[in-house]
Ligand binder design. Structure first.
Ligand code: DAH
Length: 338
């Protein structure tokens, strides 16, 4: 076939010209002569394909594409040689170097936990609430039934900005702010950063995330709380998860509890194994005094609340041993949690 012979000849000429080019500019002119979109000889040949007898077209088309590929390969190779040679005498372009990787952000592992927890409670009918990180003694302590001579209110534990004004030491003040603005029924989840005067070590950071939960309505009981928490735990950690309530004390709840979970993990050999009990939150029935502080009728309404540390949950989820890693913004660490 005439056209295929022409292509072969063209390819031989082009490769010879490419090999003979002595500078990148010269090489570029060779490239345009053969592969240039408008006047390139190979491109012209491709356009002529349409005029061929339909029976000849597939073979000619394949030959033309093969020629194009061969030329592209020869061009790249020659350019590599020319620039490597230039590199010996000055800064060159090394086409064999890997290209720069595009940098992509990821959701912070603690925020991933917050998102997942929030998604579960949202599906249970909760809405999201927020409050300021700079707050007053009233919201952070007094309205939550915590007297100012309570150890938590001491300057040893709480970061005061000025008398009466502080960085919130927990997300519980969002309970007060929400109840002040809205009548029951209340069903909120409030994630946010909190601040404490803690020593900085593997299990304490002076700034950390918390997630507050609050439900207030007529006829809300501890049974609602246990059932909701058990449902949450099974959705978050899996169906075999067990939940345990240990009596505890918080000024704003009565009775108060600390909640532990025991997870079932599947080991590599397929055997199931239960973890130890892991504390995940403080919780309890909202103290009637708190309801009265926001003007609710505590004879009519009852509620439950919890406060949970998502960084601890992230620690368990990823088997990380040092909380500080989550807050030091080392991208080599954070980039692993995609
Ligand atoms: N605010 C408590 C803390 O930071 C956690 C907590 C305990 C929150 C019991 C609650 C609760 O809502 O009911 O340690």
């Amino acid at each position: 076939m005439a056209m295929i012979d022409d292509l072969r000849q063209l390819e031989r000429d082009a490769v010879a010209a490419i090999r003979a080019a002595r500078t990148p500019d010269e090489l570029e002119r060779v490239r345009v002569r053969y592969l240039g979109r408008r006047e390139g000889l190979v491109s012209g040949m491709l356009r002529r394909l349409g005029t061929l007898d339909p029976a000849e077209r597939p073979a000619a088309g394949a030959a033309a594409n093969r020629a194009k590929k061969a030329l592209a390969g020869a061009l790249a190779e020659r350019l590599g040689e020319l620039t490597a040679a230039a590199g010996a005498s000055g800064p060159g372009l090394d086409l064999t170097l890997p290209s720069r990787r595009k940098w992509r952000g990821t959701v912070h592992p603690v925020n991933q936990v917050i998102d997942d927890i929030w998604a579960i409670f949202r599906s249970l009918g909760f809405v999201r609430a927020r409050g300021p990180e700079v707050d007053t003694e009233w919201y952070n302590f007094v309205a939550l039934n915590t007297p100012l001579d309570h150890p938590a209110a001491d300057e040893q534990d709480t970061l005061y900005l000025s008398p009466g004004l502080l960085l919130r030491s927990h997300t519980s003040p969002v309970q007060i702010r929400t109840m002040e603005l809205h009548e029951p029924p209340i069903r909120i989840i409030a994630p946010g950063m909190v601040y404490r005067r803690d020593t900085y070590d593997a299990t304490h950071t002076p700034a950390f995330a918390q997630i507050e939960g609050l439900v207030v309505d007529e006829g809300v009981t501890f049974v609602d709380f246990k059932a909701t928490l058990a449902e949450f735990a099974r959705r978050f950690w899996g169906p075999g998860t067990r939940v345990r309530f240990r009596p505890s004390f918080f000024p704003f709840t009565e009775p108060s509890a600390e909640v532990d979970v025991k997870r079932v993990i599947v080991r590599e050999d397929g055997r199931e194994e239960e973890t130890d009990w892991i504390e995940i939150m403080g919780a309890g029935m909202v103290d009637p005094a708190v309801l009265e502080n926001v003007g609710y009728d505590s004879e009519r309404y009852t509620g439950w609340a919890f406060g949970m540390g998502p960084a601890r949950v992230a620690l368990l989820r990823h088997g990380v041993r040092d909380l500080r890693l989550f807050y030091e913004n080392d991208m080599r660490f954070l980039g692993q949690f995609t």
